[in-house]
Design a binder for this molecule. Structure first.
Ligand code: TYD
Ligand code: MG
Length: 459
């Protein structure tokens, strides 16, 4: 009998009985691939794992005891922070990121730490041999921790080894290399990736083994897998950073057990990833003094304030059309802010190239960063220096008004701690009773419009 096949969209995972040039669900072109239909084995279907106790019957809410499930520390503060305070027992965590960003390094470090503190750890890699992992481990000072390495791509073998070793933590690097013998499709196809994640989910929940999955994503997020997995796993972390900078940021984009948009900052060194407890200091380290076009803005990522430098360069365009280039902030947002600057603050930017860059390869996408971007551009246009000890934040509206932002006190405190003496901020965020309260020695200057802000900044 001919095996039954279906066509599966590699973008969204939807199925179709026949081939189509364009996926009917998500509209992606040429994304359907033939895969063997998943045979539903009745024995395996219903009872592969039960979260609701052995009987499987529903229980009253009030009778369910809260288990004292303490979080497990990874031994890396910044990593614990992103996870919401450590790894939750039995949770499935997906760590996505571009190749070469440091996913394997971070998980090997965390795995070694946890092997020392909570028990054996299984590190299964489909990308490197045991020998190569060991070479890396030597640099990371793994030492004598009970860490088990398995160079394997077969899902069934990984599950066997998990059952044999009974580890306290499992790491699968990467989910795209794992394949199940039950399916014909190639490793990395959406069917295989989903099966691997589902089986690891059963192991994690059924045997209470926390599990990390590594997933590769390319710049355009085109690789099958991580996107389709996001709803299967408990927590999705993304590893970001630029190849040419040593700092790396891990962000939570989904977390069933903690706040999202929480962020951990690391620095890639010759001995692996080193947590950066004070990112503001790192991002401001190379700030030039007495140069027009440089401003410091207070942004908040998750619950954490970070000061970053925004640089702008405005120069006469030598070609016909003026260029507007933004890196680290949204290009559309920059265009909008430049329009506000021209219309509401009377700056003339016609025929000028505008380049804006967030120093250190950082990305900010908060509206509260508007004021900093405007100030940097205006500083460059007018060729006036913004005083070194001045920080700023505030959202700018189309009418040129400066709007209040959330977590103002947090931003001011961070600026004061970093030695800033003046903070330009939305008037709406200043409590008239205590003009310099949260900042202590930091003078708070409230502004209502872009014009007022520029007057305060570039006297
Ligand atoms: P890796 O963890 O292999 O990335 P991924 O698993 O996300 O593909 O990290 C690869 C990069 O990290 C590589 O370019 C070398 C660098 N690196 C260091 O700079 N220091 C180190 O101690 C290690 C282990 C790697
Ligand atoms: Mg890797």
């Amino acid at each position: 009998m001919k095996p039954k096949t279906v066509f599966v969209c590699q973008e969204c995972g939807s199925q179709s009985p026949k081939w189509l040039g364009r996926c009917a669900e998500c509209g992606a072109w040429n994304s359907l691939v033939e895969e063997r239909a998943q045979e539903s084995t009745p024995s395996a279907g219903g009872h592969r794992y039960a979260l609701s106790g052995p009987s499987g019957a529903a229980r009253p809410y009030s009778e369910i005891a809260i288990e004292g499930n303490p979080r497990l520390s990874t031994g890396i503060d910044e990593f614990d922070r992103v996870l919401g305070g450590g790894v939750v027992p039995g949770s499935l965590v997906l760590l996505g990121g571009e190749p070469g960003i440091g996913k394997s390094t971070l998980l090997l470090q965390a795995g070694a730490n946890m092997a020392r503190t909570i028990g054996p750890v299984l590190y299964s890699s489909g990308e490197e041999s045991e020998h190569q992992i060991k070479l890396r481990g030597e640099r990371l000072a793994v030492g004598k921790a009970p860490l088990y390495l398995l160079a394997e791509t077969c899902l069934e073998r990984i599950l066997e080894e998990t059952a044999r070793i009974k580890p306290a933590l499992v790491i699968v690097d990467s989910v795209q290399t794992v394949f199940s013998q039950k399916f014909q499709s190639a490793p990395g196809s959406i069917g295989q990736v989903r099966e691997a994640a589902t089986q690891m989910l059963f192991t994690a929940k059924g045997q209470n083994i926390p599990t990390f999955l590594v997933g590769h994503v390319t710049k355009d997020g085109s690789l099958a897998g991580p996107k389709a997995l996001e709803h299967v796993v408990d927590t999705v972390l993304y590893f970001e950073g630029e190849r040419h900078h040593s700092h790396r940021v891990v962000r939570a984009v989904k977390n069933r057990f903690g706040a999202i948009s929480e962020l951990g900052v690391f620095e890639m060194t010759s001995a692996g990833l080193r947590p950066v407890p004070n990112p503001s200091k790192m991002f401001l380290a190379e700030r030039p003094s007495n140069v027009p076009g440089s401003a410091v803005l207070c942004s908040v990522e998750g619950s954490r304030p970070i000061l970053v430098e925004v640089q702008a360069l405005v120069s006469t365009s030598t070609y016909g059309t003026a260029r507007r280039t933004a890196s680290g902030i949204d290009q559309q947002r920059l265009s909008l802010l430049l329009a506000v600057l021209e219309k509401r603050a009377g700056l003339n930017l016609i025929g000028d190239d505008v380049f804006v860059n967030i120093a250190g390869g950082m990305t900010v996408d908060e509206p509260a960063s508007d004021l900093g971007v405007l100030a940097a551009v205006a500083s460059s246009v007018r060729n006036r220096v913004i005083p070194l000890a001045t920080a700023m934040f505030g959202e700018v509206g189309l009418a040129g008004e400066v709007r209040g932002t959330a977590q103002a006190a947090l931003r001011v405190r961070e600026a004061a701690q970093m030695g800033f003496r003046r903070c330009i901020m939305p008037e709406a965020n200043i409590d008239p009773a205590d003009r310099s309260q949260p900042g202590g020695e930091c003078e708070l200057v409230g502004v209502r419009t872009v014009g007022e802000a520029l007057d305060a900044l570039l006297q």
